[in-house]
Design a protein around this ligand. Structure first.
Ligand code: PEP
Ligand code: MG
Length: 581
């Protein structure tokens, strides 16, 4: 019988294949009472299972080449959980006190921890409960005598070309094995858009649907499935007509992808010979290969705050230096724009401690980004020194987020001078002429752009925040998401004003917000005079495709007319015409 399940499409694409069910070990655990004499033996059995899983994780990390950067981090998180007394010690106490079997003790402790994680306000931290469950699952499987990779080993030998993993939940360590096993897709009962599984699916370009609630129970091993990762739909036992239609769409998507790949080495230049820089936004040093693979001509935005998140301590100068050096060396002479940490607001270092403040005040308007850096001079000094030290390994530019005031720029430049002078004192070499740029992401900065142009070497427009602050829409609040409009005339006016003002004085400007990666806006930006775009690597070739077909001279006049429109309907119509022409 054919039926359809709806979930959250977290990674787009279409997969057609047979279901391969993965077991949910914690559901198989029974409660056994043991005799006092067996307690020590049971604890030893528990310890052995924990160390076996630890070794398996270490092996997995070492043996998987080209793993996405996030994966190594996830394996580290799982290893860290396994080493935490809450998981490594507490179940031993439960075994001793309640005289129960190891599996049961572990699952009791897991449920207690999951409850604690559910109390967090922060979505990211809340979702870490899945990591606890996943790592416990792995130990339970070991205790039950069917370690995690058994199912995957079977799949490797299978003759079936396309296998779709159906699971209640998947650990990142499971997900990594998908490369060697050629899984076409995976679907899960649980998981949100920011869950590790979702992040991994996107970075591995595997279509995935999460949050299906009861897929694991409703689907049987070997049933035929269609996974539509864009729409978040799973069709079980499709009828021949639906299957044919999806097969056709899948082929079309593959063809488009192959065509796009051919553009990787094409010079990024318009029909009338205007050179356009297409750069990548990255979050971690491990993203560099993906950026290069997409043909990025540089890093336009390295969001360094991600080096500070999901950890109990701060990265010290040496650790930061290594990270920045890795990026600049990896980019092999291409420019790398390192943004100083944009912590605060949704990228909070202490979400639990600040939870009550968040209710009272809007952190997006609070001590965030450069405001926090200037309030924490020691932390800022450490980062500036690390960036400067890395600048001797290749072309690095320094980018400052969320500037609004002239005195913030002046203070930043003074802090940079202090960092330089401390390095000079220690005879450490760095690029004395490192360029300093500012993010234009507050309407005040766009309107009074002159004071930025006088003090800085380049600008980068952060449209994500510019839209948030211009339209008074909290970008993290789903309830007002429909009002978040990149094409609002006020937003376009601010971008156009910034570009035109910078052009007059010959200061380079890029756009590094999500708008830069939207191919439907490429012609509009080109017509406005933008020559440097920075975006998620997955968008680079799509935008390049539009660049190669654009004639800037012809577009510019139309865009000028378009920017005089302030009726949203008319603006949209004009954009459609611009893109069709
Ligand atoms: C932006 O605001 O557009 C931007 C690129 O910065 P972030 O998304 O990191 O705030
Ligand atoms: Mg921003």
């Amino acid at each position: 019988m054919s039926f359809t399940l709806h979930g959250l499409g977290v990674s787009s694409g279409i997969a057609i294949g047979r279901a391969m069910l993965m077991s949910h070990a914690t559901l198989e655990v029974s409660h056994l009472t043991i005799t006092p004499r067996m307690v020590d033996k049971e604890i030893a059995r528990f310890d052995a299972a924990v160390s076996a899983v630890k070794s398996e994780l270490i092996l997995m990390k070492e043996s998987t080449e080209h793993a996405p950067a996030e994966l190594a981090a996830f394996i580290d998180i799982h290893t860290m959980f396994l080493e935490d007394p809450e998981l490594a010690e507490k179940p031993r106490e439960i075994i001793r006190e309640r005289r129960c079997n190891a599996e049961w003790a572990l699952v009791q402790q897991m449920e207690h921890l999951v409850e604690q994680f559910e109390q967090f306000d922060d979505l990211y931290l809340r979702e870490r409960k899945f990591d606890v469950v996943q790592v416990v699952e792995r130990v339970v499987k070991e205790l039950l005598g069917h370690p995690g990779r058994a199912a995957l080993r079977t799949a490797k030998n299978s003759k079936e070309d396309a296998l779709i993993v159906v699971a209640h939940d998947l650990s990142p360590a499971d997900t990594i094995s998908f490369k060697e096993h050629r899984f076409a897709s995976f679907i899960c009962d649980v998981g949100g858009a920011t869950s590790h599984t979702a992040i991994l699916a996107r970075s591995m370009a595997i279509p995935a649907v999460l949050g299906l609630e009861n897929a694991r129970a409703a689907i049987r091993d070997g049933e035929q499935l269609i996974v539509d990762g864009l729409r978040g739909v799973v069709i079980v036992n499709p009828d021949p007509r639906v299957l044919e239609e999806y097969q056709l769409r899948k082929n079309q998507l593959e063809l488009e992808k192959t065509k796009l790949k051919r553009l990787k080495t094409a010079k990024s230049e318009t029909i009338d010979g205007v050179e356009i820089q297409l750069q990548a936004n990255i979050e971690l040093p491990g993203d560099v290969p993906t950026a290069l693979d997409a043909g990025a001509e540089g890093i336009g935005l390295f969001r360094t705050e991600f080096l500070f998140l999901n950890r109990g301590d701060m990265p010290d100068e040496q650790e930061q230096y290594e990270a920045y050096k890795k990026v600049v060396k990896g980019m092999g002479g291409r420019p790398v724009t390192i943004r100083t940490f944009d912590l605060g607001a949704d990228k909070d270092l202490h979400p639990e401690a600040n939870a009550s403040d968040r209710v009272k005040t809007n952190p997006a308007l609070g001590r965030r980004a450069i405001r926090l850096s200037l309030a924490e001079p020691k932390m800022f000094h450490t980062q500036l020194r690390a960036i400067l030290r890395a600048s001797k390994h290749g072309p690095i530019k320094l980018l400052i987020p969320m500037l609004a005031h002239a005195h913030e720029i002046d203070q930043t430049l003074a802090a940079l001078e202090r960092a330089k002078s401390s390095l000079r004192g220690e005879k450490v070499s760095f690029d004395e002429n490192i360029e300093v740029g500012g993010m234009i992401e507050i309407p005040a900065a766009a309107l009074a752009v002159g004071l930025f142009l006088r003090r800085l070497n380049f600008l980068s427009i952060g449209t994500n925040d510019l839209i948030q602050y211009t339209l008074a829409i909290d970008r993290a609040d789903e309830q007002v998401a429909a009002l978040y409009d990149p094409l609002h005339p006020a937003v376009l006016m601010l971008i156009a004003h910034t570009l035109a003002s910078a052009e007059k004085v010959g200061i380079p400007v890029s756009v590094c917000g999500e708008m830069a990666g939207d191919p439907d806006l490429t012609r509009l930006f080109l017509g406005m005079g933008l020559r440097t775009f920075s975006m998620h690597p997955s968008q680079i070739l799509r935008v390049k495709q539009r660049v190669l077909k654009a004639d800037v001279a012809a577009i510019a006049a139309n865009v000028r007319k378009m920017l005089r429109l302030d009726e949203p309907g008319k603006l949209r119509e004009a954009l459609e015409k611009l893109n069709a022409g």
